[in-house]
Design a protein around this ligand. Structure first.
Ligand SMILES: Nc1ncnc2c1ncn2[C@@H]1O[C@H](COP(=O)(O)OP(=O)(O)O)[C@@H](O)[C@H]1O
Ligand SMILES: [Mg+2]
Length: 461
């Protein structure tokens, strides 16, 4: 008789298990594990297996430029290049082969078509004059739902479309930071000093009032003194994308989650949620860029609250599964509770003093289905659509193998070279992120246009 093997979790001997067990771990155990990881990490880095090497953006071919980036026919594109020898001419790998251009060259070509080409065509993307950049936060308190992927792809799509983009990484895990190859030595190269500056500025004003009342001022420690000297532009870094800059993150940024409540205890009047938006506005960042993308950690901590409160547009990635739908519902519940309690706290005093009440406002809030598998998830997605209505973006971002397959040091389909893939697979993978961007851009343009009309004195219904 053949013996059927039992599943692996039967017949485990408690004695053997006890014998193979290590002694209990204490706090020092973590230090030992950390030291082993550090050693391994350094070893991997010397073998070039780290993800922090200097990044370089690939070149773009005439085919890709005329198909995806500048809406002109290839023959016309070539003719314009011949007629304008001062324009970038690209490089060829073989004699008479395809011409390849760096992205800054593509941007120069686009600007040329924008000024010289047909006015009927959209060579440069719409941005109303005089209106500030829009801030976009991508958030959900669930991890692994596609926040960072969506945020990075939108930032890159917008850059390819000709917008000037700033990315701010609020997740101390630093995924966005490594996608853009930024080096962040410590918390001073993250948003931490900007939030510290906001608090220090509040404290100085508070101290002035104390002095006026004849009270002793609160001391500013070294951290706050140093933070007062830092401006946003000091910590913005260039990336391998000519029109994407970044404020990076690394583990020390997490310290903010402990520091911010301590500051708030010391100065109850400090509006901690306004830190990021105030500093970006004060430092002129909203004039330097067209779009600011915030990638947030999977938590509703103080950094996320700062990001959400700064945001004009809130995007909430969610997979078409029961668990993700359910937890996203609870995320919205937490958003309501958090921002409502801030409003209430502020408005009790405002009401007592007869001042105008404050309330938070977002131009648009959209959930986006990510990693969608139409063969398995159509029913679930349809139900989510029925319940969420217009809050759910009409476009579902497909699951695509391109993201996982894109080679080392390449984290997005826009950075991958299409020649490495089957053309259909590439076109489909790219199409799904192009559509995600198109849905976002429709929101963006609608919001900007509404504001432009309002600024001109036209009331929009
Ligand atoms: N459209 C997609 N198709 C396939 N894989 C995806 C897609 N979007 C995200 N992923 C993968 O899902 C995982 C989680 O995505 P990530 O963007 O890091 O989520 P989060 O930032 O919410 O934690 C990553 O491994 C990422 O490569
Ligand atoms: Mg992430």
């Amino acid at each position: 008789m053949q013996k059927t093997a039992l599943p692996p979790y039967f017949n485990i001997s408690p004695d053997a298990a006890a014998e193979s067990l290590d002694p209990a771990t204490d706090t020092e155990g973590f230090a030992r594990i950390a030291a082993s990881c550090l050693q391994g990490r350094d070893d991997l880095a010397t073998r070039g297996m780290d993800n922090t090497g200097h990044k370089k953006l690939r070149l773009f071919s005439t085919w890709e430029i005329t198909k995806y980036l500048i809406p002109v026919a290839p023959a016309h594109f070539r003719r314009v290049l011949r007629q304008n020898p001062n324009l970038p001419q690209g490089v060829t790998e073989t004699n008479g082969g395809a011409r390849w251009f760096a992205l800054d060259e593509v941007l120069r070509l686009r600007a040329h078509f924008g000024t010289e080409g047909s006015k009927a065509k959209e060579y440069t993307p719409y941005r109303p004059k005089g209106l500030p950049a829009k801030i976009v936060a991508v958030a959900n308190f669930k991890g692994g739902v596609g926040k960072t992927s969506t945020c990075a792809h939108l930032a890159m799509s917008a850059a390819l479309d000709g917008y000037k983009v700033l990315v701010i990484d609020l997740d101390s895990q630093g995924s966005m930071t490594s996608i853009f190859g930024a080096q962040v030595a410590d918390e001073w190269a993250t948003v931490f000093p900007l939030l510290a500056r906001h608090y220090a500025t509040h404290l100085r004003q508070d101290n002035q009032r104390r002095l006026d009342r004849g009270e002793a001022p609160q001391p500013l420690d070294d951290t706050l003194d140093d933070a007062l000297k830092i401006s946003t532009r000091d910590i913005v870094q260039k990336t391998h994308w000519p029109n994407i800059d970044i404020i990076g993150a690394q583990l020390n940024l997490y310290w903010s989650e402990f520091q911010i409540p301590v500051w708030r205890m010391a100065a109850r009047g400090w509006k901690l949620w306004d830190g990021l938006s105030d500093v970006l506005a004060e430092d002129g960042i909203l004039d330097d860029y067209d779009l600011v993308f915030l990638d947030t950690p999977p938590a509703l901590g103080y950094l996320t609250i700062n990001g959400l409160s700064a945001a004009d547009i809130l995007l909430v990635p969610v997979g078409a599964s029961f668990l993700e739908f359910d937890s996203t519902g609870r995320f919205f519940d937490m958003l309501h509770a958090t921002f409502h309690s801030i409003e209430e706290g502020e408005n009790i005093a405002a009401r007592a003093l007869g001042r105008e009440e404050m309330r938070f406002e977002w131009d648009a809030v959209r959930a986006i289905i990510t990693r969608y598998d139409g063969t398995q998830q159509a029913e679930m997605a349809g139900l989510m659509q029925a319940y969420l209505g217009r809050t759910l973006s009409p476009y579902r971002q497909d699951f695509t193998a391109l993201i996982g397959q894109a080679g080392e040091n390449v984290n997005s389909i826009y950075e991958a070279d299409y020649r490495d893939f089957n053309r259909d697979t590439y076109a489909r993978g790219r199409a799904t992120f192009d559509e995600t961007y198109a849905a976002f851009k429709t929101l963006l343009l609608g919001i900007w246009r509404r504001e432009e009309l309002e600024a001109q004195g036209n009331v929009v219904e």
